[in-house]
Every structure is written in structure tokens, then in C-alpha cells.
Design a binder for this molecule. Structure first.
Ligand code: CA2
Length: 193
């Protein structure tokens, strides 16, 4: 028989050892949001947004090389992603930068403020150990997305440091890949992939 006191100290020892327990956190937030009676408290728990991060030159989408990257512009992808996320009950933070450090700062921001990261790291995918390290420190679901299929392209695109840290990878589906990534992220966060 375990006394309430010793159960309490076991729990606090456990939470010191494992301060972050993603699946239960996600489930609880989600229950509270949907008004699920299993939610532990009557309090509204705010669901964190999905971070959708885009690397260098993706700001030029739709203007050049449509045969590789399609005709959809990044602002159009942003709107489609926001709509799809909303369908699943999520907000998004959607950003693009040509600078590696910005992407790293935003991945670190998502550790606290996001529920997961969808990342098209563009060329940094194939070069950046710094982004890999930032992703490894995230401890939240990560979906890697590419509009094209890098494996069917030049050999230097075959290596991805992002894939080594990613929960899942979606390539070669154009803008649709971002929407599939939102579907997958919603399922992961809700704990029913
Ligand atoms: O297919 C993808 O989504 C990529 O991440 C795109 C990157 C490329 O370096 C990766 O290997 C695969 C390049 C993004 C450049 O975007 C452009 C947009 C318009 C015109 C030219 C490039």
C-alpha cells in the first residue's frame, strides 16, 4: 500500500526527472479546448499554435521555376495553411527567413510558444547542423516539408539534417504537402496519429 504522502513525493521526483510529458499535455489542452468533460479543470487551456517555418528564397515562390516549385506563392500557402489549421482547431505562426539564425531563434521560440513545428528549411536542410541541434532541443513534433522531391534531384539535395530530427517527412507534393503536414501535426498533437 502506497501512502498519499509517498505517492506525492514519487510524483514530484518523477516530474523532476521528466519535466516535460508531451502526449498528456497535448491531450489535456485538447480536451479543455473542445469542452471535453474529461478535462481536469474547468479552466480554458489555450492551445499553442503550430509554427510553420520557411527557409531561404521561399519568399520568391510562384515567381520563378514553377516547373519545380509550382505557381502557388508563399502568402497563398500561408492562407491555405491557416484555413486547414483552423479546420483542426489550431492557430498558426507562419514565417520565412533567408537567415539561418532567424530559423534557429524561431525553433527555440516554439519550444515555449508552439505545439510543434512544420519546417521547410529550403537549402539549409542540406547543410545546417545548427538547425539540426535546435530541432533536437525542441521536444515537440516536427514535420519536414519540401515542395519538390529532393531525392529525385541533384545528389547534394539527398542529405537532410532536418530528417534526422523530424517526426515525419513530406516531399514532392507541392503546396499540398504543407496541408498534409498540418493534418499530420494536428493528429500528433491531439495524440491520435
Ligand atoms: O522543394 C523544396 O521545398 C526545397 O526545400 C526548396 C529549396 C531547395 O533548396 C531544397 O532542396 C528543396 C529551394 C527553395 C528556393 O525557392 C525558389 C523559389 C522560387 C524561385 C526559385 C527558388
Amino acid at each position: 500500500m502506497v501512502s498519499r504522502q509517498s505517492q506525492k513525493s514519487t510524483n514530484s521526483a518523477r516530474s523532476r526527472l521528466f519535466p516535460y510529458r508531451p502526449p498528456n499535455d497535448y491531450k489535456e489542452r485538447n480536451r479543455a479546448r473542445s469542452g471535453d468533460p474529461l478535462a481536469k479543470s474547468g479552466k480554458q487551456i489555450k492551445t499553442l499554435p503550430i509554427y510553420v517555418l520557411n527557409g531561404p528564397t521561399l519568399n520568391l515562390l510562384g515567381t520563378r521555376e514553377p516547373e519545380i516549385y509550382g505557381r502557388t506563392t508563399l502568402p497563398e500557402i500561408r492562407n491555405l495553411v491557416a484555413e486547414r489549421a483552423d479546420h483542426h482547431g489550431f492557430k498558426i505562426v507562419f514565417r520565412q527567413s533567408n537567415h539561418e539564425g532567424d530559423l534557429i531563434d524561431w525553433i527555440q521560440e516554439a519550444r515555449v510558444k508552439g505545439c510543434g513545428v512544420i519546417l521547410n528549411g529550403a537549402a539549409y536542410t542540406h547543410t545546417s547542423i545548427a538547425i539540426y541541434d535546435a530541432l533536437k532541443a525542441l521536444a515537440k513534433p516536427i514535420i519536414e516539408v519540401h515542395l519538390s522531391n529532393p531525392h529525385a534531384r541533384e545528389p547534394f539535395r539527398h542529405r537532410s539534417f532536418v530528417s534526422k530530427a523530424a517526426t515525419g517527412v513530406i516531399v514532392g507534393l507541392g503546396a499540398q504537402g504543407y496541408l498534409s503536414a498540418v493534418d499530420a501535426m494536428a493528429a500528433l498533437v491531439k495524440g491520435k496519429p
